[in-house]
Ligand binder design. Sequence first.
Ligand code: FE2
Ligand code: FE2
Length: 357
Amino acid sequence: MVNSPPKPTVPESEAKIKALKENILTPRFYTTDFETAAKMDLSAQETELQAMLAEMRADYNRHHFIRDEQFNGSWEHITGEARQAFIDYLERSCVSEFSGFLLFKELSRKLKNRNPLLSEMFNLMARDEARHAGFLNKAMADFGCTMDLGHLTKNRVYTFFPIEWVLYTVYLSEKIGYWRYIIIYRHLEKHPENQFYPLFHYFESWCQDENRHGDIFKALLRSQPQLWKTWQSRLWSRFFLLSVFATHTLTVHERTGFYHSLGLDPTEFDREVIRKTNETSARAFPTVLNTDHPDFFRRLQRCSDLNLQMSEIEQSSQPRWLKVLRKLPLQMKIVGHLLRVYLIKPIDAEALRETVR
Ligand SMILES: [Fe+2]
Ligand SMILES: [Fe+2]
């Protein structure tokens, strides 16, 4: 594969892949323990999962991801920083959707003869993610920079996550995806003058796909008592919530230009997405974070500032060893802030659930 002659699109996609590899915040590709996944006992959530399967088969968005005449326009007037920020947004979103597609497709394939219900469910979710990634890739083509997804599949490093971690993290990425899409959609409904490209029209139904995927992962998570009944599950929940939220804060503030071009305040957008995702997660996780604590967003913001300082160092022309040395104290500060946020007294979602009942 490495020695095969480059196709005409390869130099550009290789440049993208290099850029992707260099950034720690770039969405990863995952693989998992398929054997354990096949053996999961889903009986506790069987009814819920059958209902979700029926919804997935109904395929409400079958005709949604078709580009209409609005895409025939020219986008050359979007220039400079706004153009670059949007391309960067499209690229990350496309990789993230495609990463979901690959994981779901592989799970579907590996579970085919072992767990037909799960296999079909993953196959249908892969169908949705392929549509999402394809749609974003076509949007990128409008801006002259298609990604070679086949090349990406074969050349990107896959991170192994035990199936339990997959359930926590995919649940969170689906729900945070839902909130990201719907908040942008609702904002643009009120401020149509900021709708600089027709992609955003599609976000309402699009986010319903993510919401459904999130609900499927919620049912999977709740079918496994060890993922919400134990003290370890409480620690893991806090860990994954914080990882996803910190990554979100850092990435949003790395491309503020994109949010400004939509007329959104990046910090407000980031906080709204985190608050909503945290609230939603209380339906699936045993514990969620206390986003109202005065230290919560203050420390996340500090992490983001430190991250931007690190990017500046990285972009400088200093020798490699000096960059590493200068970044080290900043990295340690970030870890310190995250640790302090992790230790903020969390919210007991199980107790909350009891009260609601
Ligand atoms: Fe998606
Ligand atoms: Fe999804």
